[in-house]
Design a protein around this ligand. Structure first.
Ligand code: 4NP
Length: 159
């Protein structure tokens, strides 16, 4: 199994959206037996919570289901997952700090928008305190970046 983990701060907005989008794409492309998807937060502030209602509503309006329950990233994730995608530079720094504490990490770390052809390597902004437009923008960025990520994974693994 190729294992992919999306990470943001709270694991209730951005990373659940990335997770839901990739799950949808994996099913659409018939790769459910090859690619598995999860998400986590750098913080433990919302452990056990479903995705934010506003993010779920935006996702549903595009036919995407968000199954996540918030959990915090753990050191073993770096040994278990093949790809870990950070939503912004602050998430990436936190992940790099943890990465250096792990014996034999396997994961490759990327910022998610590395895979967005419209703005490679910019941040996915935190929509938590903003208006509804923020959620739609996050959806659009992640939709593009998820397709780019999928193409990258397929090329890297020859699938
Ligand atoms: P996320 O958004 O990192 O995309 O899940 C946030 C959710 C909650 C908080 C911050 C960001 N918070 O401060 O509780």
């Amino acid at each position: 199994m190729i294992k992919v983990l999306f990470v943001c701060l709270g694991n209730i907005c951005r990373s659940p959206m990335g997770e839901g989008l990739l799950i949808h794409l994996v099913k659409e492309e018939g790769l459910s037996d090859k690619i598995s998807v999860d998400s986590a937060g750098t913080s433990g502030w919302h452990i056990g919570e479903p995705a934010d209602r506003r993010m779920r509503q935006t996702a549903e309006s595009h036919g995407i289901h968000l199954p996540s329950k918030s959990r915090q990233i753990r050191l073993s994730d770096f040994q278990e997952f093949d790809y870990i995608l950070a939503m912004d530079s602050s998430n990436l720094r936190d992940l790099q700090d943890l990465y250096h504490q792990v014996k034999k990490p396997k994961a490759q770390l990327f910022k998610m928008r590395y895979f967005d052809p419209q703005a490679p390597d910019s941040d996915v902004p935190d929509p938590y305190y903003g208006g509804d437009l923020g959620f739609e923008e996050v959806y659009q960025m992640l939709d593009r970046a998820t397709r780019g990520l999928m193409a990258h994974i397929r090329a890297e693994h020859g699938i």
